[in-house]
Write a protein that binds this ligand. Sequence first.
Ligand code: UDP
Length: 244
Amino acid sequence: MRTDVLGVGFDNLTLEEAVAEGAALVEAGGFHYAVTPNPEFLLAARRNEPFRRVLLNAHLVLPDGIGVVYSAKILGRPLRGKVPGIDFAQGLAAWMAGHGRRLFLLGAKPGVAERAAANLAAAYPGLTVCGAHDGYFQDDGPVVEAIRASAADVVFVCLGAPKQELWMAEHGPATGASLMIGLGGALDVFAGVVERAPEGFQRLGLEWLYRLMKEPRRIGRMAKLPLVLFQAAGARLSGRGNQA
Ligand code: UDP
């Protein structure tokens, strides 16, 4: 049973459990995809039904950040903790390195995925990064074919939301991959283009604050965090929060 937070069901897992579940999906064969919704996703999904459906149909739905965790708490059905997409991706990369699985990186500006590939291969000895492609393509066909030709098991799909989720659901099955994960700006972090918040900020649930200090122009997007908390409080008070 998933934990409903404003219309999106989340898997209530720790990071370790989520990585184990991801590994199991890879081993199961067939196509699966994982999503990592943050407060922005929750608000977008309320206005965008196809997006919401793709989130609901995902095989793994992980709370990417403290905003979702607080909302769940306000709604009276706490999650065990945040599972940041980046941490999930790193955990899975470590598992893949030890199990001979192949990783493809899709997204970000030209050159970024290749740099991320080099950094990940260095960080996880034994990891096979079998291909990389930027996220600014016009035709889907050649990208699907590149993933298929690479015989990737896992694809990190970093096109921003909701594009990446819709892309995974529509094109994923044709790629032959077992697991695709929508990871937003993760390749920029892996490539060293964007710096992640220091651990102290991460532990305190203040990663968003660090990002805001670094990139003040994100204030409009960040304002969605309090907005989603207000919506959660409203849903709780009106009793709607009890709906699954
Ligand atoms: N991006 C892309 N193709 C697009 C639009 C965006 O590859 O058509 C990339 C962009 O370069 C960035 C990532 O998608 O690397 C999204 O970053 P954002 O900061 O929006 O993601 P977040 O982590 O905040 O969800």
